[in-house]
Design a protein around this ligand. Structure first.
Ligand SMILES: C[S@@+](CC[C@H](N)C(=O)[O-])C[C@H]1O[C@@H](n2cnc3c(N)ncnc32)[C@H](O)[C@@H]1O
Length: 185
């Protein structure tokens, strides 16, 4: 008789494992739940990181003791809120979003989360806004790239090591050829 796991597709197994991890390590959170719900209400794609992945991002940023974070690809700001909550007092997160309708939903979610003073959302294509950030002399301790095009090179890092995390594993389990997850430490 086949094992239950063998009968599942890779996607079903991924979803089951992710749900298990989420139940083990993530507490219910009205603000984060509202951010996910806003994707549905506003007709945005439901491609935010999972709750377990959000918690992982939060922990990685805490372990890195990041004070400055760059996120590329905001959507409704679900991952933004996870990452921004990891920051110490005075920390700053800049998030880049090209779609005005996504940015509008994200801004409402950032405000609801009480993170207006922490999060700076820049509207525009990353290839246009990244040079602006460089001209403003920003340095980042951690970057999280949530888009599939390869724009991560040339991102200014903070003093010492910088961690670069890519949202490259899709729900179907395929890994992008163009944006390999990387961590330089
Ligand atoms: C996978 S979603 C991000 C999900 C988000 N990180 C989360 O987990 O909650 C990718 C987002 O990046 C935006 N995007 C795609 N290409 C972009 C680009 N070149 N510059 C800026 N934003 C871009 C899309 O409009 C979309 O909102």
């Amino acid at each position: 008789m086949k094992q239950a796991t063998e009968a599942r597709t890779g996607e079903q197994l991924w979803t089951a494992v992710d749900r298990y991890i989420t139940e083990m390590v993530v507490q219910p959170d009205a603000i984060l739940d509202a951010a996910l719900e806003s994707c549905v209400t506003a007709g945005l794609p439901q491609i935010s990181v999972s709750a377990g992945e959000g918690k992982l991002l939060y922990l990685l940023a805490r372990i890195r003791r990041a004070k400055t974070i760059l996120e590329i690809g905001t959507l409704a700001a679900y991952s933004t809120i996870w990452l921004a909550r990891s920051l110490p007092r005075g920390g700053r997160l800049i998030t880049l979003e090209s779609d005005p309708s996504h940015a509008a939903v994200a801004r409402a979610n950032i405000t609801r989360a009480g993170l207006d003073d922490v999060v700076d959302l820049r509207l525009g294509l990353a290839m246009d806004t990244l040079p602006v950030l460089a001209s403003e002399s920003h340095k980042f301790d951690l970057t999280f790239t949530g888009i599939t095009s390869s724009v991560a090179s040339g991102i200014p890092s903070g003093s010492g090591a910088s961690a670069n995390i890519g949202q490259t594993i899709t729900l179907s389990g395929r890994i992008s050829q163009r944006t390999p997850a990387s961590c330089s430490a």
